[in-house]
Design a protein around this ligand. Structure first.
Ligand SMILES: [Zn+2]
Length: 293
C-alpha cells in the first residue's frame, strides 16, 4: 500500500491565508513522515470557472508541491456509483424524498442530536415508495446501524461524533461529500488526512462509512483554523486575505509563506527548511488570529 497525504480544495473561489496555512500543514505532515502528497480538486459542487487554476498557482507560490497529476472528483463518478451500489446490495441504503423543510419540521427521534436526520423515509412501504417516486426524485441515504462513532485524531485524541442516516447522493444526482471523500481517500491510497478542524464533526460519519465499505480509515489531524480579530473564521470580507490582494498591498507570496511558517513556530525560509523543525506535538493548538496586512 502506498502512503500518502493530501490537500483537497473546493474550487469555489480563491484560496485565502487560512486555506494556504492548512495546505502547508498537510504538506508538512505528509513530507515529514515520508509520504507522497496528492492534490485532489473537490469540484462536485460549487465549482467556479477559473478557480482551480488560480488555486494551483497560489499553492505553488507558497511552496506546496504535489506528486503526480491533479485528481478531479467530477472525473470519478463511476467509483462513487460502484460504492453506493455495493452499499445498496448489502441493504445499507434507502431512498429519501424529504425536503430540507420537512426534515427541519419533523419531530426528531428520541435522544437524536440536533440536525440529525429523523429517519422519516427509513421504513416506507412499497406503495408509499411508488407514490413518492412519482412526486420527486429521491436522495440516497445510508441506513446506519450506529448513532455515534469514535475516531482517533493526532491533535484532538479520541473524538466521538454523531452518525445519522446521512446522504450519499443528493436528489439532484450530485454525490455527497462524505461518500466521495471516503472513496477517494481509499482509492488514492491516502492514509493521512490533515484538514481544518471545522471538519472534525463529520469525520465519525466518514470513518464509519469506510468501515462499511471495508476501506482503511486514514489517520487524522484536524488543525486549528485561522480567525479574524473578532475570533470568527477568516473570510474574504476580512480584507486582503488572498495572495493576489496581499501582493497588491506589498506582501508577496514569499512574505505570506514566511508569516504562515512563523505562526507555526517554524523557521521561515522554505517549506523544506521548516520540515526539520516540524513536530505535530509542538504545533499551536489554538486558532491563529490573522494579524492583517
Ligand atoms: Zn426522507
Amino acid at each position: 500500500m502506498t502512503h500518502a497525504g493530501r490537500f483537497a480544495p473546493s474550487p469555489s473561489g480563491e484560496l485565502h491565508v487560512g486555506n494556504l496555512r492548512t495546505a502547508i500543514l498537510a504538506w508538512l505532515f505528509a513530507r515529514s513522515t515520508g509520504r507522497r502528497f496528492l492534490l485532489r480538486v473537490e469540484d462536485l459542487d460549487r465549482a467556479r470557472a477559473g478557480a482551480e487554476a488560480a488555486q494551483l498557482r497560489d499553492l505553488a507560490a507558497v511552496g506546496v508541491t504535489w506528486d503526480g497529476g491533479v485528481v478531479r472528483q467530477t472525473d470519478r463518478e463511476p467509483l462513487y456509483t460502484a460504492a453506493i451500489g455495493e452499499l445498496a446490495a448489502a441493504g445499507l441504503t434507502y431512498e429519501c424524498f424529504c425536503t430540507r423543510r420537512e426534515i427541519q419540521e419533523a419531530p426528531s427521534a428520541p435522544h437524536a442530536p440536533q440536525g440529525a436526520y429523523p429517519g422519516t423515509c427509513r421504513g416506507l412501504s412499497a406503495a408509499e415508495l411508488e407514490f413518492k417516486r412519482s412526486t420527486r426524485p429521491a436522495a440516497i441515504r445510508l441506513r446506519s446501524s450506529v448513532a455515534e462513532w469514535t475516531v482517533e485524531d493526532m491533535l484532538h485524541g479520541s473524538f466521538t461524533g454523531v452518525v445519522d442516516d446521512f446522504v450519499l447522493r443528493r436528489n439532484d444526482g450530485v454525490t455527497a461529500y462524505n461518500l466521495a471523500v471516503v472513496v477517494d481517500d481509499a482509492e488514492q491510497g491516502i492514509d493521512q488526512v490533515v484538514r481544518g478542524d471545522d471538519l472534525l464533526p463529520s469525520t465519525p460519519r466518514q470513518a464509519y462509512l469506510a468501515s462499511l465499505l471495508n476501506m482503511p480509515v486514514p489517520e487524522y489531524a484536524h488543525v486549528p483554523l485561522v480567525v479574524n480579530a473578532d475570533g470568527a473564521r477568516l473570510a474574504k470580507r476580512d480584507g486582503a486575505v488572498t495572495l493576489g490582494d496581499l501582493a497588491a498591498v506589498g506582501h508577496p507570496a514569499e512574505a505570506v509563506q514566511r508569516t504562515i511558517l512563523q505562526s507555526l513556530g517554524l523557521p521561515g525560509d522554505s517549506l523544506e527548511a521548516a520540515l526539520e523543525g516540524f513536530s505535530p506535538a509542538r504545533l499551536p493548538r489554538e486558532p491563529w488570529v490573522w494579524p492583517g496586512a
